[in-house]
Design a protein around this ligand. Sequence first.
Ligand SMILES: [Zn+2]
Length: 195
Amino acid sequence: MQNLEIEPTFKKMPSLVGRRKASAIGSIAPGTLVVFVDEATLEQILQYSERDQQREIGGFLIGNVYHDNHRYIHLKHFLPAANTDSRPGSVTFTHETWQRLNHQIESSFPNERVIGWHHTHPAMGIFLSSYDRFIHENFFGLPWQIAMVVDPCQQQFGIFQWSIGDNQRELINNGFVVVPDKKQNRRLRNYRTEH
Ligand SMILES: [Zn+2]
């Protein structure tokens, strides 16, 4: 699928100053790509995550990677995954899931790309299991691809991204920046992030 490395286009970073400034949540590890998240999209993801408090559900994070002195990621849209196999301890994307995703990207977001994936951990907390890591490594292995995990029961979430360690890369739960919109966020203020 989207496993081709790309040359990011220039776009000015969302402003971190001013009246409607973007604000960082958590601390952003040095040397990692800054992830900007549209507040309305974050709300949509949290709302969707609360739909099933028993089984894991998932979706795709749509946006792009840009550069403005540094590379950064902008998460703009969310697409719930269709035709998944949802269970209490796992969610599996099927062939139909990927097919549908490709179709939706082409028709709705032709200028965007899949920057990562999302899934829930009902009452299990925020981490990446070895299965999650396998999925990420194999389907979202580009340096700028991220994984979001939401626990809708304990109202926690985290955004994981690749970080270059001493010799090898690892997935870390990293801080990010919320880009506000006009509407007040409702869910976000109830959720905790820990990393
Ligand atoms: Zn998981």
